[in-house]
Ligand binder design. Structure first.
Ligand code: SF4
Length: 433
């Protein structure tokens, strides 16, 4: 099991910790300060738009994952199940409902304010619809704005789809935001924020692509979930996010210059034996133990799909200050959860090849149909197209009943043994140096 001692942190991690503490503190005082609060989702979020009305966003998935990391999700889920939510319901939903039933206390111990607006900008996952139907019942009278995002069924975003989304923004979402906030829509302000978004997005892509180096200076899954934090949540479009990504990129460049590997909670990985691409979200209830299995075996994740749920920026998308509403629409449609299965396979194949991965691993999440549907097909396709060994483990996001440490460790150890054997054979055949 993981060493309980204090995790080693870089300056950028502390910067992010301060940003989050301020965010939750501001939320704690929102009602007192007369700030309006918008509950919304991470994939395909409209953060700049919310911030341009001086409203504060709350992301229920982030609260759920924080509850998971703080070992509170198990009892929240049980409370939601006692209320009638079945075992099959996404545990993010049950954790969120359970947190509400227990006083809606956020990760810093401060009570989260109730929403003034429920903004359902869902992408790819129909659970989001049901989730907010429940919140609507739990917060009666709170207005709901819904942004329907067309799924990328044919693997492309058409002008008709963009127009459809812009129309919804102009005719439903923005008027509701104006009414709730008491402010007029200010496109100049929104565009200005998007200039900051672009700067942060450019820097995030540089950080993620640094994993193409051998050795990789980052872990693009376990550390990657911290790297995406500010840009996927309340900070995209802010100066604070640009400052965070500038600091992070400086740290990564320094590690590359020194030939150093990723920083784990127990220090730098000395020997990088295996480079992996991972599909699926991580487990949050046992996050450190889970990561430790990998770094103890010298395995570094060089690319992951989970770090694309809030935007596949490495495929070139950037928010566009010149066309803010159009670019928000393209952004919502382009996130990983809204991509069809052939697109996902194509992206993962590209990662395995471009990041010179030794293996491809799926962490199949019991709760999340949006990710888990099609994973066996994805696995088979990646194996055929790239020839790398594929592995499969199962866990859950925030339900501790579905994280079996011994089972996962056994499976991973067998998988790493197989990767090790393959490397020996490839070396003997002269394929590997
Ligand atoms: S099913 Fe997956 S994508 Fe949908 S809300 Fe739950 S965790 Fe999110």
């Amino acid at each position: 099991m993981a060493d309980p001692k204090e995790a080693i942190k870089e300056k950028s991690m502390n910067l992010q910790k301060d940003m989050l503490a301020k965010q939750f503190h501001d939320l704690g005082k929102a009602k007192e300060l007369g700030k309006k609060v918008v509950y919304t989702f991470v994939p395909g979020n409209l953060t700049e738009l919310i911030l341009s009305f001086d409203m504060l966003p709350v992301y229920p998935e982030i609260n759920a994952l924080q509850s998971g990391m703080r070992k509170k999700s198990g009892s929240y889920i049980k409370d939601a199940e006692k209320m009638g939510y079945s075992e099959d319901v996404c545990t993010y939903v049950k954790c969120d409902i359970g947190m509400m039933l227990n006083g809606n206390i956020g990760p810093t111990g401060e009570k989260l304010p109730s929403p003034d607006l429920l903004l359902l900008s869902y992408t790819g996952c129909f659970t989001f619809l049901k989730w907010f139907e429940n919140l609507e019942r739990l917060y009666p009278g709170v207005p709901v704005a819904m942004l329907h995002t067309p799924y990328q069924e044919d693997g492309k975003i058409t002008q008709d789809q963009i127009d459809y989304m812009v129309k919804q923004l102009k005719e439903d979402v923005i008027p509701k935001m104006e009414k709730v906030s008491g402010k007029k829509y200010d496109q100049t302000r929104l565009s200005k924020m998007m200039e900051n978004s672009v700067k942060a997005e450019d820097l995030l892509v540089k950080v993620l692509e640094s994993a193409k180096n051998v050795p990789s200076p980052i872990d693009a899954y376990f550390a990657g979930v911290y790297y995406i934090g500010p840009i996927f949540t309340a900070f995209r479009g802010t100066e604070a996010a640009v400052e965070y990504y500038t600091e992070l990129w400086n740290e990564v460049q320094e590690r590359m210059r020194l030939g150093l590997g990723p920083v784990t909670p127990e220090g730098e990985i000395k020997e990088q034996k295996f480079r992996l691409v991972v599909e699926g979200p991580p487990n949050w209830t046992n996050f450190r133990e889970f990561w430790k299995i990998f770094y103890d075996m010298g395995a570094v994740i060089v690319a992951s799909s989970y770090t694309k749920v809030g935007g596949v920026y490495d495929l070139g998308f950037r928010h566009d200050p010149k066309e803010p509403l159009e670019s928000l629409s393209k952004y919502c449609m382009g996130v990983y959860t809204n991509m069809n299965l052939p697109q996902r396979v194509g992206l993962l194949e590209k990662y395995v090849k471009e990041y010179k991965a030794d293996g491809f691993l799926i962490n199949s999440i019991k709760s999340c149909n949006s990710f888990s549907a099609g994973q066996l097909m994805i696995m088979r396709e990646i194996e055929q197209r790239t020839g790398v060994p594929v592995g499969f483990i199962e866990s859950d996001l925030v339900d501790p009943r579905y994280f079996s440490y011994a089972n996962i460790k056994n499976r991973l150890e067998s998988y790493f043994q197989m990767l090790g054997q393959r490397k020996i054979i490839l070396k003997q055949e002269g394929v590997l140096a």
